[in-house]
Ligand binder design. Structure first.
Ligand SMILES: C[S@@+](CC[C@H](N)C(=O)[O-])C[C@H]1O[C@@H](n2cnc3c(N)ncnc32)[C@H](O)[C@@H]1O
Length: 316
């Protein structure tokens, strides 16, 4: 048996592996090495799949936000390895995109080049580049690489028309404080759209999907604080944040524990009862061994494994 499969078979050896890996990540960060494999979305995709993904993310932002386009100054948090969504935002009417990323997701230069060339061939897109198509030549893009969202929004003196993210807030070390700072950084009438993946990101791939919620907090912190692994801030924390923020907004469910496919985001009340029952069964199977912070949560709160948070700052 290989060392890897031996480690995988033991929950505690798996945790130890993540503690060691997190220490390594901390040392890399301290040395200023920001490269990461997280966010390498396009490496494994063929060109048409990459373009499809970019279009889907952009269309989702428009649909979730109830808008047909974005204007003014937009922040995209954690864009990953490609700025295709930024290009769609610019082509739709945004003036400036601020791409904020704590790390530098590794890129496959040739695959990236093909994506930018394909996007540049779309009507109106060539003018978005200041020279040959590529991430260095996108007009109106400012890449804040190596800047955590938490720091960016805390420090920025600017105000933004929109802030968007997908599969990012679960990696922030303090997403709720960052949301408070985002509200301050939004212009009156500004819009925030965050799609948040509450799953374990493959940490305990062959076990129950909520195994990561059984790890005691002190140990989980040691496994995750530098590496950006999921922060275990779950749906109720975002729901309570939205309530106390005083913003107009919604929180919808886009995934349920125990169900393989994502769903069109709906409110908790509008969830299909059969799906909800299956998710509750999955939650109950692991409830007896949950770590202390998760034991008081009801089945609905633990069943939501993906959410979409949308909020608009009042106009006055
Ligand atoms: C799973 S990837 C998602 C990439 C892209 N949004 C997508 O949907 O394909 C997470 C991204 O968030 C970035 N990230 C992680 N922690 C962050 C933080 N604290 N502040 C800003 N970006 C962060 C990662 O470097 C990566 O680019």
């Amino acid at each position: 048996m290989s060392l890897k499969s031996l480690v995988r078979r033991s929950l505690w050896l798996t945790c130890l592996y993540y503690v060691i890996d997190d220490r390594r990540a901390a040392r890399r960060l301290a040395r200023g090495q920001l490269e990461t494999r997280s966010g390498r979305r396009h490496d494994a995709l063929a060109l048409d799949q990459s373009l499809g993904y970019i279009d889907r993310v952009y269309d989702d932002y428009c649909r979730y936000g109830g808008v047909t386009r974005f204007e003014g100054r937009v922040v995209e948090i954690g864009p990953g390895d490609n700025f295709g969504v930024a290009l769609r935002l610019l082509a739709g009417g945004a003036r400036e995109i601020h791409a904020v990323d704590r790390y530098i997701p590794k890129r496959d230069a040739a695959a990236q080049q093909r994506i930018y060339e394909a996007l540049a061939s779309r009507p109106g897109f060539a003018a978005l580049f200041d020279g040959p198509p590529g991430e260095q030549t996108i007009r109106g893009l400012r890449y804040h690489q190596g800047t955590p969202a938490e720091t960016f929004f805390h420090d920025t003196p600017e105000h933004y028309d929109a802030i968007v993210s997908r599969a990012v807030l679960e990696h922030l070390y303090d997403p709720l404080a960052a949301l408070d700072d985002m509200v301050r950084a939004l212009k009156p009438g500004g819009l925030m759209i965050h799609r948040i993946d509450l799953r374990d990101h493959g940490m305990f791939a062959e076990r129950h999907k909520l195994t990561f919620l059984t790890i005691p907090s002190w140990l989980y912190r040691m496994m995750t604080r530098a590496s950006g692994r999921p922060n275990r801030v779950l749906m109720p924390a975002y729901r309570d944040w939205l309530k106390r923020s005083g913003l107009d907004g919604s929180l919808r469910i886009s995934r349920l524990v125990g169900l393989a496919d994502e769903i069109e985001p709906v409110s908790l009340e509008a969830l299909d009862p059969a799906m909800k029952a299956r998710a509750h069964d999955a939650v109950r199977a692991i409830r007896p061994i949950l770590a202390a912070p998760f034991r008081p949560l009801d089945d609905d709160s633990l069943a939501a494994s993906g959410i979409v948070l949308v909020a608009r700052k009042p106009d006055h």
